[in-house]
Every structure is written in structure tokens, then in C-alpha cells.
Design a protein around this ligand. Structure first.
Ligand SMILES: [Zn+2]
Ligand SMILES: [Zn+2]
Length: 88
């Protein structure tokens, strides 16, 4: 009885890890990676650096729909910090 109960708890923990790590796939290069955030647009570390270093992908005439700052990702409605963070 006790053993069965513990086994069930173990499986449950694997499904829902306490630290809440999300298994994501980079939408730029397709590489899988882990993040503690449930990203709306998962981007791995190396692709994030490429995106951040490229000014041409920012539309400075538009306002972020979430925080109101000027400068959003081209063809999107949010700035980098909002778009790549937890969307809850
Ligand atoms: Zn990537
Ligand atoms: Zn924003």
C-alpha cells in the first residue's frame, strides 16, 4: 500500500517537475532546449543573441502592446522583453 502510493507520487513528479522546467524547441533553428519560462516564442540562447544583435528586426515606430515601450519585434506587437518572457 505504502509502496504503491510512493511510486505514484514519483511518476506524478516526473510529469510536473517542482522547478517547472519547460522543454521547448527554438523557433529559429529548431534546436530543443529547456527553459524555466513557458515562452510563447521559444528561442534558444544562441539565436536570442543573433536576434538581439540585429537592429533591423525591431520596429521602432510601434508601441509594445504589453508594456507600452516603443520598439517592437518586426511584424509583432510586443517588445523583446515581453515577447520572450512568460506570457501568463
Ligand atoms: Zn535557436
Ligand atoms: Zn514590452
Amino acid at each position: 500500500m505504502q509502496f504503491i502510493h510512493m511510486g505514484f507520487t514519483d511518476i506524478f513528479r516526473k510529469w510536473r517537475p517542482k522547478g517547472k522546467m519547460y522543454s521547448l524547441r527554438c523557433n529559429q533553428c529548431g534546436k530543443g532546449f529547456l527553459s524555466s519560462f513557458a515562452l510563447e516564442a521559444p528561442v534558444c540562447g544562441s539565436c536570442m543573441q543573433k536576434i538581439k544583435s540585429s537592429d533591423s528586426t525591431i520596429d521602432y515606430d510601434k508601441k509594445c502592446a504589453t508594456c507600452g515601450n516603443m520598439g517592437v519585434i518586426h511584424a509583432k506587437t510586443q517588445c523583446y522583453s515581453c515577447y520572450f518572457r512568460l506570457q501568463k
